[in-house]
Design a protein around this ligand. Structure first.
Ligand code: BDR
Ligand code: CA
Length: 353
């Protein structure tokens, strides 16, 4: 079993990452920290808590609210993609003031929120104490502010980290500008800090996530659980959802489908970027990946926020992870069918708890 910590900014696709983290059989989710990103940090924290309740997560799994803003820049959000509250159009989640939701935000004895950095330290240290095979993989599916702070403030805990796996960046591709991807663009300084950490770092760039598209045929499978790939004709109405959970996920997909079409002209469906990180930890064999040197452009004329990947090894690098080495395992392709089969199995499981 792989222990994971999930740092996220839910966000439609972040919610699907949470679902995988809860229901993949070889994944043990220790906790969730949240950041600014798709929406303001308060929204992201409460959305993570709403997802945990909606998915029937074990009550020991809690949300630790994190950084309200990037390390250096001002916070920016993505209302045109995710709605102002981060989960636009999603029906059937518990309300933001539902006591069950509020009880998922980690509190100390005085009733104050326990912050992301403390939550990460406590859980990762505790798990590590249990033995050397109890390392933790830290996933980041939003701007990497919390994770960069963790690396900076607790360098001694890097021994307890199996790997950092982040969704973000692109190889010559952007979604905020020609070369800059949202998560990296929001906090490029944090991204560089994580890339330079003395630990294995894995990147899932948009080049890969853009291949994991929720087509109409897959949307149908979310609704019914049946894997017939026939009749994805847009003229035929989608079937009704078999269960309330499937309805919720369908509304999530519908909203995301519409915004991806309106903003990026994706006609076949939206990409489920963030869920790929959890799939990677559960089953790295689904991916093709190569180790490169990756740095973040901080101050380009056209390319601020770009992940600069040295594909042809223009410079000399040593064999370490960190500032002098090929610091990043860059994923290049994923078995999309197996990925969706995995996700749909988790939906099925979640429905039966
Ligand atoms: C990333 O940006 C966010 O909008 C998504 O949740 C994903 O993490 C894709 O660029
Ligand atoms: Ca995200």
């Amino acid at each position: 079993t792989k222990n994971i910590w999930l740092d996220c900014d839910p966000g439609h696709d972040d919610v699907t990452a949470i679902l995988l983290a809860l229901y993949l059989p070889n994944i043990n989710l220790l906790g969730i920290s949240t950041t600014h990103g798709n929406a303001g940090h308060h929204y992201c924290a409460i959305n993570a808590a709403r997802s945990l309740v909606a998915f029937g997560a074990d009550e020991r799994i809690l949300v630790y609210p994190g950084a309200p803003k990037p390390l250096v820049l001002h916070a920016q959000h993505a209302p045109s993609i995710h709605g102002v509250d981060g989960l636009g159009g999603v029906e059937g989640l518990p309300a933001v003031d539902d006591p069950a939701v509020l009880s998922r935000i980690a509190k100390d004895l005085q009733g104050e929120n326990i912050r992301a950095l403390d939550g990460m330290r406590m859980h990762i240290k505790e798990t590590w104490k249990n033995g050397s095979d109890s390392k933790v993989s830290i996933i980041s599916t939003g701007p990497m502010t919390n994770v960069a702070l963790f690396v900076t403030v607790y360098p001694e805990l890097l021994d307890a980290v199996e790997q950092f796996v982040f969704m973000g960046g692109g190889v010559g591709l952007g979604n905020m500008g020609p070369a800059s991807e949202f998560n990296i663009m929001c906090d490029p300084h944090a991204a560089q800090i994580v890339l330079d950490a003395h630990a294995k770092v894995v990147m899932v760039p948009i080049n890969v996530s853009h291949t994991a598209i929720v087509t109409r045929a897959i949307h149908k499978q979310f609704l019914t659980g049946e894997s017939t790939l026939t009749s994805s004709n847009p003229a035929t109405p989608l079937p009704p959802a078999k269960t309330p959970l499937r309805h919720t996920l369908s509304t999530l997909i519908t909203f995301f489908t519409e915004t991806y079409k309106a903003v990026f002209g994706f006609n076949d469906g939206p990409p489920l970027h963030d869920a790929l990180t959890v799939a990677y930890i559960s089953c790295p064999d689904l991916f093709k990946a190569t180790r490169f040197r990756v740095d973040v452009e901080m101050n380009g004329r056209h390319t601020t926020g770009e992940t600069v990947v040295d594909i042809f090894n223009f410079h000399q690098y040593d064999s370490s992870w960190g500032p002098r080495g090929k610091n990043c395992l860059v994923t290049e392709a994923i078995d999309v069918d197996k990925f969706f089969a995995m996700l749909l199995e988790c939906v099925q499981k979640c429905d039966t708890v």
